[in-house]
Write a protein that binds this ligand. Structure first.
Ligand code: URA
Length: 194
């Protein structure tokens, strides 16, 4: 993890951080992945969304949240007037797809979190949205999304709000009601900032 901390710290810009990940050879996930999935959306946007890891589509295209979960994410954002291209910046805890989309291992999360923390600092968003348990684990060091969701917390000098992951909402559509409440909470906070 120390080598990750050093590499992440040395990156002075978002392209520099991307290069640092491309050059980082201490994570086995990289060897199984087709592409590095770094980010999408607008660097500097007020909202930064942090998902879990690339799936099949994301691995193929090299972009986060472009599969089914991503389509739902786009709709969730649109519902509160946010456009993916202009008003948010999107990344994941892991930049490489785990084999067969298995859950990330604690050691993988620990190794890649220094890069995420640097990513957050360089992106300069005002608010972090944590999608699901893995993201809460990496950023807050906490799990239990059902308890954490919709409640503002603080990490890495930013206000953060955990939400249900869109992939979970695809499996449990009845939980969309709660996700909607959380989106409205985010919208209200954004309105109070401007
Ligand atoms: N799920 C995620 O957490 N991230 C993606 O990029 C796609 C699906």
């Amino acid at each position: 993890v120390e080598v990750a901390q050093k590499a992440a710290k040395a990156a002075a810009s978002l392209p520099g951080l991307r290069d640092a990940l491309e050059a980082f050879d201490h994570c086995d996930l990289k060897r199984g992945a087709r592409n590095l999935v770094f980010s999408d959306g607008q660097p500097g946007a007020r909202v930064m969304i942090i998902g879990e890891a690339p799936g099949r589509e994301e691995d193929l295209q090299g972009k986060p949240f472009v599969g089914r979960a991503g389509q739902l994410l786009d709709k969730m954002l649109e519902a509160i007037g946010l456009s993916r291209a202009e008003s948010v910046y999107i990344t994941n805890v892991l930049p490489w797809r785990p084999p067969q989309n298995r859950d990330p291992l604690p050691a993988e999360i620990a190794m890649l979190t220094p890069f995420l923390e640097r990513h957050v600092a360089l992106a300069e968003s005002d608010i972090l949205v944590l999608m699901g348990n893995i993201s809460c684990q990496a950023v807050l060091g906490k799990r239990g999304i059902t308890r954490l969701r919709g409640k503002w917390d603080q990490a890495w000098t930013k206000p953060v709000i955990p939400m249900f992951h869109p992939a979970y909402l695809l499996r449990q559509p009845s939980q969309k009601r709660l996700a909607w409440a959380d989106l409205l909470e985010l919208k209200a906070r954004l309105a109070s900032l401007s």
